[in-house]
Design a protein around this ligand. Structure first.
Ligand SMILES: C[S@@+](CC[C@H](N)C(=O)[O-])C[C@H]1O[C@@H](n2cnc3c(N)ncnc32)[C@H](O)[C@@H]1O
Length: 335
């Protein structure tokens, strides 16, 4: 099932899937016509989604947050890349079982078989089950949901202790995730990307053109990998650009101490810093709201350089003077 190689990729399948994904809500209800569709997807597009999951998990680890144990459910699992990334990062021993669920039977079959192959000691179930869910993972599903799908998803969220939800970094997906955050934040702590529990600052009328998105890095050396470069050219994809939006929630009262909330008081840079001669502009989110700020190069040359090189941490502690950033320090220096 996973025996695809760069030489055996089926471009008829990949082209069709890409068109469907770009069309979003018009996608046919179940576009997985065979296990081969999923194998082709898993080898290519799903790997890029995996790199976004790596960025999210890396941030969660830096913020000292671990998903609750118990059942991990991958809803709208496709080939199951999201749950595999989470299990690989936290270890099979962290979870009692993994469930894979999707309205496509092919997807469920592929994801379950692949989970069994990767994690032989872990119990794998199919469907959404009925009991409590420890951690729910949702990946790249939002723009395919109709009303019925939205209700089904809400039903599993209501049974979950934590939710890790990653979507493409588009304006529409980010805005839809913000709506979900707002509707869930009375029952859940907002763990990330936010550094506060207040209303999302992007909902202020002055910020209506902005969206909450971030950029993951592909694995080092990807541009020197001729197979990936050929694939990207053929698929019309920029390998270096991996925009994503995400939200991570933990149900209130599940655990007494929620370490990630220590990020309160930090600022988060949304999107990417914009570099000008001698200064950089950032769209910064903090509990006071979202607004444009400026960092003078002379204030912190090494931070300006990191902004320019696209290597900066997303979370900062700094002082503010008007729109000026003073004394910036990465919130997690090891990042
Ligand atoms: C773009 S794929 C993403 C798959 C996978 N989560 C990933 O990140 O690679 C969207 C998946 O959501 C599933 N899906 C869409 N609407 C659904 C619904 N109402 N109920 C269950 N699954 C759904 C599709 O069958 C598909 O597998």
């Amino acid at each position: 099932m996973n025996s695809i190689t760069w030489d055996t990729l089926d471009w008829t399948v990949l082209d069709r899937l890409r068109e469907i994904f770009l069309a979003g809500q018009q996608a046919p209800a179940t576009y997985w016509t065979s296990l081969e569709d999923l194998a082709n997807y898993n080898f290519t597009y799903a790997q890029r989604i995996g790199w976004k999951w790596d960025a999210v998990i890396d941030e969660l680890k830096r913020r000292s947050w671990t998903p609750p144990g118990g059942t991990l459910l991958d809803w709208g699992c496709g080939s199951g890349i999201a749950s595999r990334r989470v299990i690989a990062s936290y270890g099979t021993e962290h979870f009692a079982s993994v469930g894979v669920s999707d309205h496509s039977g092919h997807a469920v079959q592929f994801a379950a078989a692949t989970a069994r192959e990767f994690f032989p000691g872990l119990k794998v179930t199919t469907g959404t089950g009925e009991g409590r869910i420890g951690t729910l993972v949702i990946s790249h599903v939002l723009n395919e949901l109709n009303e019925v799908g939205g209700r089904a998803l809400r039903e599993v969220i209501d049974r979950s202790d934590a939710v890790i939800w990653v979507e493409p970094g588009t304006f529409a997906d980010s805005r839809a995730l913000i709506q979900m955050r707002e509707s869930l934040r009375t029952q859940f702590h907002v763990i990330a990307p936010c550094t506060h529990q207040a209303t999302c600052g992007l909902l202020a009328p002055a910020n209506e053109r902005h969206w909450c998105h971030h950029f993951a890095s592909p694995p080092p050396g990807i541009m020197a990998d001729s197979d990936w470069v050929k694939f990207a050219n053929r698929a019309g994809i920029d390998l270096r650009s991996l925009p994503y939006s995400f939200v991570v929630l933990e149900r209130r009262g599940v655990r007494e101490a929620v370490p990630s909330l220590a990020a309160e008081g930090c600022s988060r840079i949304l999107g990417e810093p914009r570099i000008y001669k001698g200064y950089a502009k950032v769209l910064a989110c903090a509990s006071e709201g979202v607004r444009e700020m400026e960092l003078q190069k002379r204030e912190a040359p090494e931070v300006y350089k990191a902004f320019k090189g696209g290597e900066s941490s997303p979370l900062w502690r700094w002082e503010v003077e008007g729109v000026r950033i003073r004394n910036p320090k990465p919130a997690h220096p090891e990042s």
